[in-house]
Design a protein around this ligand. Structure first.
Ligand code: ME8
Length: 521
C-alpha cells in the first residue's frame, strides 16, 4: 500500500426516513471528492452508512408495526438504491446493527471504563428524540427543543457518564494548534468560532447510556444499559476500518486518522467536541478535519424531514439525469454555506451550463469531425500556433493546478468554473476560427485539421475534470473519442497534458449529452 491513504466519511444517516436531497447532498459532495482523489492517485477509502439505533428509530419501527431490526432492514435498501442511482462510489457501507460495529463499540467503552473515564450517576433533564440530544433546563423553554422546535421529554435515569468536562482544555488546544499549523480541525473556519465559544462556556459530563429502552448496543460492563445513540454512531468511523478487531489492526493503522468527516452544520458539536474528546480519552488520533457544510434551503427554510419540504433525489434525477443533478448541487450551492435551491435555477443551470456550453461544444465538434474528417481525429500539420491556439492551450494548461487548488479548499464551484473557462474558450475558439469556412477551400484544410484537433483536445481534457462531478457523461465523452476508461485515470495531471489525444481515433457522434429542457418551471 504505497499510495497515500485518503479516508473520508459522510454522516451515517438515521433510518427513520428514506434518503432525501439533504442527505444526498453530503453524499454527492463526498463522492466527488473521493472520485477526484482517486484520479490524483490516492488510496481512497470512502465510507457512508446508517445510524440504526436509538429511540427515534425504535419509534418509527413501532409506528410501522415492525420490530426495530425489521424496520432497519426495510429502509437500508432504499439508501443503497439511492446511492447507486446517484453513482456514489463508497468503498464501505456500515450499518450500526452489524456485529463488527457492535463489537467495536463495546471494546471502546470497555477501554474507557477501564481507564477511569466513566462513572455512574443520575441524569435529570430534557431529551429531544428527533434530535437524539440532551438539553439542560436552562436551554429549554415551553417544552420546546431549542434545535428543532419539537416537544422534548423530561427524563430521569441512572446512567453512565463520560468525563467530557475534563477535555475542554485539550479541545481548545487542538483547535488552536491546528489552526496555527494551517490545517484547521474545523472547517470552514467561520464555524470554528461557534464551537470554541461553546467549549469555553464550560463542558458538562455526558450521559452515555440509557436504561429506559433497549434498542442500542449494550454496555459490556453494566447490565441494563444501552449506549446513547450518538456515541454509538460516532464510533462508526473507526469500527468500519477495524477498530476492536485484532485481525484488522493493520488496516486500522493504515486508514486512521481520517482526512475528512463531511457533516452538515447541524451536527457540528457532536463531531467537533464529543468525538475528538472520546478519541483523546481512548488515546487515539483525532481526524484531520471535520468539514461542516451549510443547509439546503427551499423558499427560505431549511429543507428537512420535520418541515415536510423534502423532495426525493429520484424525482429530480428522472427529470434531469444523474450528472446534471450532481452538477447542480455542487455548482449552484457554495459548499460550506447555506444555499437556496429551486426548480427554476436547476433548469437554468441545465440549459445554460450543460446543454448550451458543454453539451453543445461536444455535439458540434463531433459532428464536424464526422463531416470533415470521416469521423476520425485529424492529424494537425504542425504549424506554429496562432494566438488563438495558444490562448486555448493556456486555459487547458492552467486547469490542473487551479482545479487542484479549488478542490483543496473544497470549493467545488470554483473547480467547475475553472473547467468552464476551458469549455467556454473552446466554444469561442470554434466561433472565431469558423471551421465551416475553413472547410470550403483546399488550402485551408491544414488549418481546419489544427482547429478541430485543438478543440477536440480541449473536450478530452474538460471531460477529465468534469468526471468527479459528472462521471457518466465524462465517461461517455471519452468513449466517443475512443479513449480508455476515464475512471481508471490515476494521474489526472499527466492525463491532462496537451496533445495526448491520438490522431486517427474514431469519433462517434452519439445523441446530445444534455437535451434541452423547454419547460422552464
Ligand atoms: O444526524 N441541507 O443523521 P440525519 C444539507 N444519524 N444537508 C442536510 C440537510 C439539508 N437541508 N438535511 C440533512 C444524523 N442533511 C445522525 C448522524 S453521524 C455519526 C450520525 C445532511 O439522517 C447533513 O449532512 O439526521 C446532516 O448533517 C445530515 O444529513 C443529518 O442526517
Amino acid at each position: 500500500m504505497s499510495a497515500e491513504s485518503f479516508y473520508l466519511t459522510t454522516p451515517i444517516y438515521y433510518v427513520n426516513s428514506v434518503p432525501h436531497l439533504g442527505t444526498a447532498y453530503t453524499t454527492v459532495a463526498a463522492d466527488a471528492l473521493a472520485r477526484y482523489r482517486r484520479m490524483v492517485g490516492d488510496d481512497v477509502h470512502f465510507l457512508t452508512g446508517l445510524d440504526e439505533h436509538g429511540q427515534k428509530v425504535a419509534h418509527a419501527a413501532e409506528e410501522a408495526g415492525m420490530s426495530p431490526q425489521e424496520w432497519c432492514d426495510s429502509i437500508a435498501p432504499r439508501f443503497v438504491e439511492a446511492w447507486e442511482m446517484l453513482r456514489i462510489t463508497n468503498d464501505d457501507f456500515l450499518r450500526t446493527t452489524e456485529e463488527r460495529h457492535k463489537r467495536g463499540v463495546q471494546a471502546f467503552w470497555q477501554a474507557l471504563h477501564d481507564a477511569g473515564h466513566l462513572y455512574q450517576g443520575h441524569y435529570e433533564g430534557w431529551y429531544c428524540v428527533p434530535c437524539e440530544t440532551y438539553f439542560t433546563p436552562d436551554q429549554v423553554s415551553e417544552h420546546e427543543c431549542p434545535s428543532c422546535g419539537r416537544d422534548v421529554e423530561f427524563i430521569r435515569e441512572d446512567n453512565w457518564f463520560f468525563k467530557l468536562s475534563e477535555f475542554a482544555e485539550p479541545l481548545l488546544e487542538l483547535y488552536e494548534t491546528r489552526a496555527a499549523q494551517g490545517r484547521p480541525f474545523i472547517r470552514p473556519e467561520t464555524r470554528a468560532n461557534e464551537v470554541i465559544s461553546f467549549v469555553k462556556s464550560g463542558l458538562k459530563d455526558l450521559s452515555i447510556s440509557r436504561t429506559t429502552f433497549t434498542w442500542g448496543v449494550p454496555l459490556p460492563f453494566s447490565e441494563g444499559h444501552v449506549t446513547y445513540v450518538w456515541i454509538d454512531a460516532l464510533l462508526n468511523y473507526i469500527t468500519a476500518i477495524g477498530y476492536g478487531d485484532p485481525a484488522k489492526a493493520d488496516e486500522f493503522d493504515h486508514r486512521w486518522p481520517a482526512q475528512y468527516h463531511f457533516v452538515g452544520k447541524d451536527i457540528i458539536r457532536f463531531h467537533c467536541v464529543i468525538w475528538p474528546a472520546m478519541l483523546m480519552a481512548a488515546g487515539l488520533d483525532v481526524p484531520e478535519c471535520v468539514y461542516a457544510h451549510g443547509f439546503l434551503m427551499t423558499k427560505g427554510e431549511k429543507m428537512s424531514k420535520s418541515k415536510g419540504n423534502v423532495q426525493t433525489p429520484a424525482s429530480l434525477v428522472e427529470r434531469f439525469g444523474v450528472d446534471p443533478y450532481r452538477y447542480y448541487f455542487l455548482r449552484d450551492v457554495r459548499f460550506g454555506e447555506d444555499g437556496s435551491i429551486s426548480m427554476e435555477s436547476m433548469v437554468q443551470r441545465y440549459n445554460g451550463d450543460l446543454a448550451n456550453d458543454w453539451g453543445n461544444l461536444c455535439s458540434r465538434l463531433f459532428n464536424m469531425t464526422e463531416k470533415y474528417f470521416d469521423g476520425a481525429v485529424p492529424e494537425p500539420p504542425g504549424e506554429a500556433p496562432t494566438e488563438a491556439d495558444a490562448a486555448l492551450r493556456a486555459f487547458a494548461d492552467a486547469l490542473p493546478a487551479s482545479y487542484a487548488e479549488a478542490m483543496e479548499r473544497l470549493d467545488y464551484g470554483a473547480a467547475l468554473e475553472a473547467t468552464w473557462d476551458l469549455i467556454k474558450d473552446a466554444n469561442r475558439y470554434i466561433e472565431n476560427e469558423a471551421p465551416w469556412n475553413l472547410a470550403k477551400a483546399e488550402e485551408t484544410h491544414g488549418r481546419l485539421a489544427t482547429v478541430i484537433y485543438n478543440a477536440l483536445e480541449s473536450v478530452r481534457i474538460a471531460a477529465l475534470f468534469c468526471a468527479p462531478v459528472m462521471p457518466e457523461t465524462s465517461a461517455d465523452v471519452w468513449r466517443r473519442l475512443s479513449l480508455g476508461d476515464i475512471h481508471a485515470v490515476t494521474d489526472i495531471a499527466t492525463a491532462a497534458a496537451w496533445g495526448r489525444l491520438p490522431s486517427g481515433n474514431a469519433v462517434s457522434k452519439g445523441d446530445p449529452l444534455y437535451p434541452r429542457i423547454y419547460d422552464e418551471a
